[in-house]
Design a protein around this ligand. Structure first.
Ligand SMILES: Nc1ncnc2c1ncn2[C@@H]1O[C@H](COP(=O)(O)OP(=O)(O)O)[C@@H](O)[C@H]1O
Ligand SMILES: [Mg+2]
Length: 235
């Protein structure tokens, strides 16, 4: 077998982030982070509160820019992009899932899922078809017309995952996605992530819970802004 090494979907080199540099409020939140994550990888990033997990997620998700080092997202050096290009990259490459679901309460599941689709480019019937397809992919076809308040926590998180997947991004970034769920429901969400991994999505899961992290193929530990792969007695 002599296939070329695949490009990492997420690749950081000596990535650093300093908040309020040169002031009394300066915080060095990320130090020299080297990370390489391929297509179809499911990795977890663990670490205590304040260790820099969300800072790293914001950089990987192109929501913020690094103070030093380099980040290549699906082969593109993000430092070469202007604001608009960065927004386009974010839309096409990354789906976000958060602890609090962040669904709009007055909209149906279907409308929530369709939100990230551009209104200008995609006609209503096509929006509806794509949203229905995404809801089906998370097993929620029967709940398309329900509002968030009419759904369980696990169902709401599945709607949020369908919304994250609507533009078919290769990368799914999840910050404490099971934090608001009981452990059985959390396991269902983790099973869904494994299925997405098997369908060649790259899943990055941020958690402080070792049992949750154990579902991933690889675990990284964050401590005081430094990232290390967990080695030894594997999960
Ligand atoms: N916008 C910000 N401005 C200044 N400091 C910040 C900001 N965001 C996070 N920090 C600081 O950076 C460090 C890492 O925070 P964060 O990435 O949120 O950690 P975690 O997600 O692991 O809890 C903390 O000391 C936090 O107080
Ligand atoms: Mg955080």
């Amino acid at each position: 077998m002599s296939e070329p090494a695949p490009i990492a979907v997420i690749r950081t080199q000596a990535l650093g982030k300093v908040y309020s540099p040169g002031t009394e409020a300066e915080v060095v939140a990320l130090k020299g982070v080297d990370l390489s994550i391929g297509r179809g990888d499911f990795v977890a990033i663990m670490g205590p509160s304040g260790s820099g997990k969300s800072t790293l997620m914001n950089l990987i998700g192109c929501l913020d820019t690094p103070s030093s080092g380099k980040y290549e997202c699906d082969g593109v050096d993000v430092s070469t992009l202007d604001k608009e290009e960065l927004a386009t990259l974010r839309r096409d490459k990354i789906g976000f899932v958060f602890q609090g679901f962040n669904l709009l309460p007055r909209m149906s599941a279907l409308e929530n899922v369709a939100m990230p689709l551009g209104y200008a480019q995609i006609p209503p019937a096509e929006r509806k078809r794509l949203a229905q397809e995404a809801l089906a992919a998370v097993g929620l076809s029967e709940r398309a017309g329900h509002r968030p308040s009419e759904l369980s926590g696990g169902q709401q998180q599945r709607v949020a995952i369908a919304r994250a997947l609507i533009n078919k991004p290769p990368i799914l970034l999840a910050d404490e996605p099971t934090g608001a769920l009981d452990s059985k429901t959390g396991e269902e969400i983790l099973a869904l992530f494994k299925r997405l991994r098997d369908e060649d999505h790259t899943v990055v899961l941020i958690t402080h819970d070792a049992e949750v992290a154990a579902h991933a193929d690889r675990i990284y530990l964050m401590h005081d802004g430094e990232l290390h792969e967990q080695t030894g007695a594997a999960a």
